[in-house]
Design a protein around this ligand. Structure first.
Ligand code: UDP
Length: 361
C-alpha cells in the first residue's frame, strides 16, 4: 500500500478513466468504490435465464462526437451498430421522437416537406400543441415542476430537425459494447498498476489520518457528501424502477418508449433486448425484460441521478467547490462530483483532461 501515488474514489466512468490513464503513465493507483461492484450507474446485470443485459440504473447508450473519447473507449471494447431511436406514446398513438418531419407530419396529419416545416412550426398554435403533447407532461413528471421552471438547456437536449432522420442523437459514433458495459469497467481497471477495493467509501477525515495521507485524490462521489453535507444537501432528482420479465418475445418492438402524458405515472419503458440486435440467442428468446421508470424527488439515501440546477443549488455548489479548492491534491469530477448533467462521453472527456493535468501527458 505504501507505494500508492494516486487514490481514485469512485469507480464510475470518470474514475475508471482517470485510474487507467494514471496507471498507464506509471502511477500506482488505488481505486476505492463504495458499492460492492464497479461501473457506477452504468452497471448492468445479465439475466441468467435469457442472457438479456439489464441496465440496472436505466438505459445507457454510448454516443459521442468527441474523437479522442471514441478512440479511447474502443481500445477496451468493440461497439455493436446500435443506433438509438426513441418513440413517444401520446394518447394511444406512437411517434418517433426527435421533432422532425416524421413526428410533425403524423401528429398533424400533414405531408410537409423540409422547406415547408419552418413556416408551419412558426405558428404559435402548432408549437403549443406539440410542446403540450410531447414535453409538458413528460418534463413535469421528470422534474416535478412545469417546463417553464426548469433550465431550458435540458429540453434542448432533444434534437429538432427538418428531416425524416429519426436517430435520437446527432452523434455519428454510437453503440452498445458488444461484450456488455461491465466489461468496459473490468478492462479499464485491468492494469498491473491498479488495485481496486470495493465496499470502501472514501472519507477525507480517514484519509488525512491514514498512512496514505498526502497522496492526491480524484473523487467522483457527491461533492456535498465529501464535506459531510455541512452547508446542506444539493438537490437531485432520483428514479425508481419497476422491472418485469414477460413471457413474450417482444413487448414494445423497440428499446425505449416515452410516455409523454402527465396522467401515465412513469416516464418511459425500457426493453433491454433491443440494445443487442446482433445477439441472435437473446433476440429469439421467447421472453423479454422491461423496466418502467418513475422519476421522484431525491431524499437522503436515494440514488442521485439528475442535478437540479437553480440559483440556490448553484450557490450551494460554489460553497462546496470553495471547500474543495482548499484541499491540497484533491480533484473532483464526474456527474456527482461536478453536479453536472453529463453524458458518458462527456465524463470520459473530462476524465481524460483531468488525467492529462495529473500526469502531464
Ligand atoms: N423530454 C420531454 N419529452 C420526452 C423526452 C424528453 O419533455 O419525450 C425533456 C425532459 O425534460 C427531459 C429532457 O427533455 O428531462 C432531456 O431528455 P433526455 O432524453 O436527454 O433525458 P435523459 O435520457 O438524459 O433522461
Amino acid at each position: 500500500m505504501k507505494d500508492i501515488d494516486l487514490i481514485v474514489a469512485g469507480a464510475g466512468i470518470w474514475g475508471c478513466t482517470v485510474a487507467r490513464c494514471a496507471a498507464e503513465s506509471g502511477r500506482k493507483v488505488l481505486v476505492l468504490e463504495r458499492r460492492s461492484v464497479t461501473g457506477g450507474n452504468v452497471r448492468c446485470e445479465t439475466d441468467p435465464e435469457t442472457g438479456i443485459e439489464v441496465h440496472t440504473y436505466g438505459s445507457h447508450i454510448f454516443h459521442t462526437h468527441l474523437d479522442d473519447v471514441w478512440g479511447f473507449v474502443r481500445r477496451f471494447v468493440d461497439f455493436n451498430g446500435y443506433q438509438h431511436k426513441v418513440l413517444a406514446r401520446y394518447k394511444g398513438r406512437t411517434y418517433f421522437l426527435p421533432l422532425g418531419l416524421t413526428l410533425v407530419n403524423k401528429f398533424f396529419g400533414v405531408e410537409l416537406t423540409p422547406s415547408e416545416l419552418p413556416a408551419f412550426m412558426s405558428d404559435e398554435t402548432h408549437k403549443k400543441e406539440l410542446f403540450d403533447a410531447f414535453f409538458r407532461g413528460y418534463t413535469s413528471k421528470q422534474w416535478g415542476k412545469p417546463p417553464e421552471e426548469i433550465d431550458p438547456t435540458i429540453i434542448q437536449r432533444v434534437p429538432v430537425r427538418s428531416t425524416y432522420d429519426v436517430n435520437y442523437f446527432n452523434d455519428y459514433n454510437q453503440g452498445i459494447p458488444l461484450s456488455g458495459y461491465n466489461s468496459l469497467f473490468e478492462r479499464l481497471l485491468d492494469h498491473p498498476n491498479i488495485t481496486v477495493e470495493c465496499g470502501r467509501e472514501f472519507s477525507l477525515e480517514e484519509h488525512r489520518s491514514s498512512a496514505l495521507s498526502g497522496v492526491p485524490v480524484c473523487y467522483s462521489g457527491p461533492i456535498d457528501r465529501l464535506f459531510g453535507y455541512r452547508y446542506g444537501e444539493l438537490p437531485w432528482r432520483s428514479l425508481a424502477f419497476e422491472q418485469e420479465k414477460l413471457d413474450m418475445a417482444d413487448f414494445q418492438g423497440t428499446s425505449v418508449v416515452n410516455y409523454t402524458e402527465a396522467e401515465v405515472p412513469y416516464t418511459r419503458i425500457h426493453e433491454f433486448k433491443h440494445y443487442h440486435p446482433e445477439d441472435r440467442a437473446v433476440m429469439s428468446c421467447g421472453k423479454t425484460i422491461i423496466m418502467r421508470e418513475y422519476p421522484r424527488a431525491w431524499k437522503s439515501g436515494d440514488e442521485p441521478y439528475y442535478p437540479v440546477n437553480n440559483p440556490e443549488s448553484q450557490a450551494l455548489l460554489e460553497r462546496y467547490q470553495a471547500e474543495a479548492a482548499k484541499v491540497k491534491g484533491l480533484v473532483i469530477g464526474g456527474r456527482l462530483g461536478e453536479y453536472r448533467y453529463y453524458d458518458m462521453d462527456q465524463s470520459i472527456g473530462k476524465a481524460l483532461e483531468a488525467a492529462r493535468a495529473i500526469t502531464g501527458r
